[in-house]
Ligand binder design. Structure first.
Ligand code: FEO
Ligand code: CA
Ligand code: CA
Ligand code: CA
Length: 633
């Protein structure tokens, strides 16, 4: 999230790379290891039920033919489209970035559900008029702002033309949403709060065009929606307030995941920035607040001025901030379901979660904590997800949370975050306290500090990819972090053990962004953030900020085996390209344009044609190949 990560919250001193090995990884050793891993990785990745269950297959939209290919050979995907060149994606004026998207000549795009679109056809919509904004009540029934992670849940699990699109609404600044720097009333605060959260929207392809359609399943989930806690910390005093207010809302919903049982997972990232000290209050940050980046001013949203839940100085709401920073489960097919915060997955600045089915049918989720020098996590359910659900137990409530320790030699270990771990004995009263302060537990076991772990994705061959977006503060290289400083980021590839359930892994670095910056290198990208691996071995990379050569943020398609990268799409000036969802036939891809023009109509008026006036609106973009082919081919 844009400039809100200037702080470093991890002062644990976990810098094993400074103490153990200073040798930096040469590009050659990285590539050699990559070849080794791809030759040996299958056994570990495909033991057990793996992706071969019907449900998991439906959820990954993998055809049985693809699964055979996965089991017999190294994926060698075709990336055959004409790449969008730097010349096509940039302006001749070096001081100006293009205000509208550009796209490969083999593809076309359309716009869906911009900020302010009414959930149901016929409702009040906001159109970007600079002299007006939605009311708070209208916004609660409209698509939010800050489109980020999302997933498409096809009708009957198979439709390529109809289903529910779940979209995260990570954030919208006050100037963008309110048209002013600070809220002046509770109504203003409610408008801002209702613009955050998640939208569940019924969409359908009609007459060749995707649009939102009427549905009882469509709903908005925002800061004032009733939610529930589940898992080991659900009944903890640390999640209760003196005010006795019921748990409400989800916040700063960044990336996402989805489960084999058909639910959507939304991940709460920079929740800390929405708390502040109210006008008359005083407050001092504790060490625990500091570890989570909670400060007296927050990001300046000003909610605390009118809503006591977000006032750090109000003792009646002292634990409100502990209610955020979780992974939240949403049923996209039942608008009356209460969103559930799954505490077993830990509390940190959750970027996203990539769920796969591991050995014995266990649900396994890979999760990044996006902060400089924070960590990589995984969760493994205690038993097969089917058997747990058959006993009315959530696979996301029962299991083990691990944090990653990377070794210099390309191996690593998953360290359990529970009170059976000798390093954590006596450090927490119970598992609930440990989970509320997951970062502290991870510090204590000696996790490896990384370069801002953003999205995770599991490829068709079971390899896990992690976007390490950048880290300008890094002073020495180390395991998993090959550059210091690292202003442009890299992508890490991991092979887990024992069908995703083991405590050992191996890792390589298939892409270092700065190595694409040479003169004439058309692969140029920086700050990878969104990732999605398709079942054929293509890796879709979305970027967030700092592109070179006059490029706007972009979507690229890569082959981690060969290093090939082709640019598919570039967004409008000032935006971030994020979020990725796909229809089962992979002929339609949905991506998101977040904060086009950074909200400034002088920079971009997306999604309307450039006119210098209309407030730019975050929106979903629908990508199709002109010849109807598979996206990325
Ligand atoms: Fe919301 Fe780390 O991006
Ligand atoms: Ca971002
Ligand atoms: Ca992100
Ligand atoms: Ca980012």
């Amino acid at each position: 999230m844009f400039e809100h990560d200037n702080e470093i919250s991890n002062h644990s001193g976990n810098r094993p790379f400074e103490d153990i090995f200073r040798a930096s990884l040469s590009r050659r050793s990285v590539l050699q290891r990559s070849a080794l891993l791809s030759a040996t990785g299958f056994m570990g990745a495909f033991v057990g039920e793996s992706l071969l269950t019907k449900a998991a297959s439906a959820m990954t939209h993998a055809s049985s033919g693809t699964l055979v290919a996965q089991a017999t050979g190294t994926p060698n995907p075709v990336i055959g489209f004409s790449p969008l060149t730097i010349a096509q994606a940039t302006s001749r004026n070096p001081d100006e970035n293009l205000p509208e998207p550009t796209i490969s000549s083999d593809y076309q795009y359309d716009v869906l559900i911009p900020w302010g679109t009414s959930l149901q056809p016929g409702g009040a919509s906001y159109n970007g008029n600079p002299n007006s904004r939605p009311t708070a009540a209208q916004q609660a029934n409209q698509v939010g702002i800050g489109h980020d992670g999302m997933w498409f849940f096809p009708k009957n699990e198979t439709s390529n033309t109809e289903g529910m699109l779940c979209v995260n609404h990570e954030y919208g600044t006050n100037p963008h949403v309110l048209g002013k720097a600070q809220p002046e009333s509770l109504e203003d605060v409610r408008l801002s709060q209702h613009a955050h959260g998640v939208a569940v929207v019924a969409i359908k392809k009609e007459s060749g065009k995707w649009q939102r359609v009427a549905s009882n399943n469509s709903r908005r989930i925002h800061l004032n929606t009733t939610v529930a806690f589940s898992g080991p910390a659900a009944n903890s005093e640390l999640l209760k307030n003196k005010a006795n207010n019921a748990p409400q809302g989800t916040l700063n919903n960044c990336a996402n995941g989805y489960t084999p049982w058909g639910t959507y997972l939304t991940c709460e990232e920079n929740f800390n920035g929405y708390f502040g000290v109210g006008p008359a209050g005083t407050w001092t940050a504790s060490d625990r607040d500091r570890r989570y980046g909670v400060t007296s001013g927050g990001f300046g949203y000003g909610w605390e001025k009118f809503d006591p839940r977000f006032d750090l100085s109000n003792a009646d709401y002292a634990n409100e901030r502990n209610r955020f920073g979780w992974v939240v489960e949403i049923d996209p097919m039942n608008a009356s379901q209460t969103p559930v915060k799954r505490t077993a997955l830990g509390r940190f600045k959750h970027e996203g979660i990539a769920v796969t089915v591991g050995k014995g049918g266990r649900a396994v989720g890979y999760m990044g904590d996006d902060e400089r020098f924070d960590y990589c996590y995984k969760f493994v359910s205690q038993a097969s997800w089917r058997s747990l659900r058959a006993r009315n137990m959530s696979p996301l409530d029962h299991g083990t949370l691990y944090v990653a320790k990377f070794n210099e030699n390309g191996t690593g270990e998953w360290l359990a975050l529970n009170l059976s771990n000798p390093a954590l004995k006596g450090k927490f009263k119970n598992q609930a306290e440990l989970l509320v302060y997951t970062r502290e537990a991870a510090d204590l076991v000696g996790a490896t500090p990384m370069d801002r772990p953003e999205w995770t994705t599991v490829g068709g061959n079971g390899h896990i990819f992690w976007a390490m977006t950048n880290n300008s503060r890094r002073t020495t290289t180390g395991p998993g972090s090959p550059q210091a400083p690292n202003p442009d980021g890299h992508i890490l590839e991991m092979v887990d053990s024992d069908g995703h359930t083991g405590t050992r892994f191996t890792w390589t670095i298939p892409f270092i962004a700065s190595e694409t910056h040479g003169e004439g290198d058309e692969r140029t990208f920086s700050s990878p953030d969104g990732l999605w691996a398709d079942p054929d071995g293509r890796l879709f990379i979305e970027t967030d900020g700092g592109q070179k050569k006059g490029l706007n943020d972009q979507l690229l398609v890569a082959n981690p085996q060969t290093g090939e990268i082709r640019r598919l799409f570039a967004g409008p000036a000032g935006c971030e390209v994020t979020g990725v969802a796909i229809t089962p036939d992979r002929r339609t891809m949905f991506i998101n344009i977040q904060h086009p023009g950074d909200g400034n109509p002088a920079v971009s008026n997306f999604p309307v044609a450039t006119n210098g006036v209309t407030i730019p609106r975050d929106a979903t973009v629908v990508l199709t190949r002109k010849d109807g082919g598979i996206i990325g081919s």
